[in-house]
Design a protein around this ligand. Structure first.
Ligand code: ME8
Length: 537
């Protein structure tokens, strides 16, 4: 703390990172379980998959920074007709096919710098055991019966639809449909209409955002049909216990992955499990119905409480269009990481898309944000202050004893920005969280420009040092706040001032610095087509 003699107050240079109920007040204990959807292995991962995974990683890192004990899982969804189809087209057996693509999703995780605790594949033994146990429970509780299904089947999205749900001859999810009749097991979903509506009413935060909650409620109010939960027209799936002619419906199989990861069925009493009580499923908007309606109904049927929240986000277009192989506009997250670093991709993904809305992923825009924010604003701030200390203060700097009104204003304004930034985490407004931190960086650059330490070097060395320390303390605060999004660069900055981004400690009275490497080298924008960011087919 510095003593301000003129105003007679102490200024705390550091923001102490604490387990703060105010920010994540809906989480009732210190444990949190965060999940991505498990991705289909019918195609390689693209920027859309990377988005959900990065969002979860940032949230997980943020929670850990606040002192929470986080379990974070991701993985691959490997069964179903669609995958059997894709394997056959390539003359591969399904096992070989799913092994190859699942590995691509797994390999992408360290490239994106994801801190997941588990990677689940639905073809694993532990998962098959979970699904069998779960099925048997549904059956024992009287929620499964054998019947016959007639309806329009959307292979791409693995879902049946009623005639009146089709739009222009396609499923409401946009997939081609075929009329099918098959004997199958049904889940008594119709028994859950009232229970679900009551559950949403008692848990108004269950579906995020509210607009999606309203959609689900009005869907249920139109009446729920029982759900077909087995298939007998193909074999690539988990066999139904005691009736191996059928395989388990891929969505029932896939949704239970979350229980497998949380130790079910060995850990059968999920209602007493603190991770389970605080489970957040992050999903794209197109799979909200499966997570917010079917999943809680399945869980209620076996006596397990639904998760805490289904957090849904919008869709990325690529250069203004839906990503598709045929348009050749599928952007490859691994190529972005290789060219610009994972921090830059993570930053762009969170900063560009207001969470919940749809947005456009464009290379040009990516490069503009990279240059203006990461290179010119934040990177330059860190670099110029630390290099200056290194060069003109012999690497060492001390905490000031006296602070001027300008200093106090600056410190308070940065604190306010960081607090406002964190206030956005509760509503998943990651773009605003970053926007506020950008404001804090701008304030820091302005403070330096006003105080002009390069001139003070010739007139008042002590004041120059005070200005540098005060700026450095705020760089440290901003950097720790940025850590969940840009962990590699944040660590570099913290290391260069002898600190640890993750440890809740104040900048000491004397700081010794090392000149950091350039964090975000400026990109040449002359011909951006030289950056190859598209996936090869
Ligand atoms: O639906 N923009 O898997 P999936 C934003 N296996 N997010 C996108 C996106 C885009 N353009 N494209 C994909 C499945 N995503 C099931 C899930 S979970 C029990 C089973 C992200 O491979 C987004 O999170 O089709 C979306 O929900 C998910 O990938 C769909 O992945």
């Amino acid at each position: 703390m510095g003593l301000n003699i003129s105003l007679g107050i102490f200024i705390n240079h550091d923001i102490l990172w604490i387990y703060d109920k105010h920010i994540l007040d809906f989480i009732m204990s210190k444990k949190i379980f965060i999940t991505t959807p498990i991705y289909y292995v019918n195609a390689k991962p693209h920027i859309g998959h990377a988005y959900t995974t990065v969002v979860c990683d940032v949230y997980a890192r943020f929670c850990r920074m606040m002192g929470y004990d986080v379990k974070f899982s991701t993985g691959t969804d490997e069964h179903g007709k669609k995958i059997e189809h894709s394997a056959t087209k390539l003359n591969q057996n399904p096992e070989e096919f799913v092994n190859n693509i699942s590995q691509l999703f797994k390999d992408l995780l360290p490239i994106l710098n994801i801190s997941n605790d588990d990677f689940i594949r639905t073809t694993e033994e532990r998962h098959i055991k979970t699904v069998h146990h779960f099925w048997n429970k549904l059956q024992d509780n009287g929620y499964i019966y054998l019947g016959e299904y007639k309806g329009w089947y959307d292979i791409r999205n693995e879902a049946y639809f009623e005639e009146n749900e089709l739009i222009d001859g396609k499923s409401p999810l946009g997939g081609e449909v075929t009329y099918m009749v098959e004997p199958c097991y049904f889940f008594k979903l119709s028994a859950f209409e009232d229970k679900l509506l009551k559950f949403y009413e008692e848990n108004p935060d269950f579906i995020f955002p509210i607009s999606r909650r309203n959609e689900i409620i009005s869907f249920i109010k139109q009446g729920l049909q029982d759900l077909s939960i087995s298939r007998s027209t193909f074999s690539w799936g988990i066999p139904v216990p005691n009736d191996p002619k059928h395989v388990v419906y891929v969505w029932l199989d896939a949704l239970t992955n979350y229980l497998t990861v949380n130790g079910y069925p060995e850990n059968e009493n999920q209602n007493n499990d603190e991770y389970w009580q605080n489970t957040l499923h992050f999903v794209g908007k197109e799979i909200v119905r499966f997570h917010a309606l079917y999943w809680p109904a399945f869980l209620m049927a076996v006596g397990i409480k639904p998760p805490k929240q289904i957090v849904s986000h919008g869709w990325w277009l690529s250069e203004g269009e839906k990503m598709s192989k045929s348009l050749g506009n599928v952007q490859d997250p691994a190529k972005y990481c290789k060219l610009f670093g994972s921090d830059a991709l993570r930053y762009y993904l969170l900063r560009e898309l207001p969470f919940g809305a749809d947005g456009n992923f464009s290379l040009n825009n990516f490069i503009n944000r990279y240059n203006s924010v990461l290179a010119n604003s934040y990177g330059n701030l860190c670099n110029r202050v630390i290099s200056f200390i290194s060069k003109y203060c012999n690497n060492t700097i001390n905490k000031p004893l006296v602070e001027t009104g300008d200093d106090i204003n600056f410190i308070e304004q940065v604190k306010a920005c960081i607090n406002e930034s964190f206030d956005n985490i509760r509503s998943y407004a990651f773009h605003k969280y970053l926007e506020k931190l950008e404001n804090a960086v701008t304030l820091s650059n302005q403070y330096l420009d006003n105080q002009k330490p390069w001139l003070l070097r010739n007139s008042d060395i002590k004041r120059m040092e005070d200005v540098l320390y005060i700026t450095l303390a705020q760089i440290y605060n901003i950097t720790r706040a940025l850590y969940p999004v840009i962990p590699i660069s944040a660590k570099k900055v913290c290391n260069s001032i002898g600190m640890d981004c993750n440890v809740n400690s104040e900048l000491p009275n004397t700081v010794t610095v090392r000149t950091p490497e350039v964090l975000f080298p400026r990109l040449d924008t002359n011909d951006i087509s030289k950056f190859d960011v598209y996936a090869s087919n």
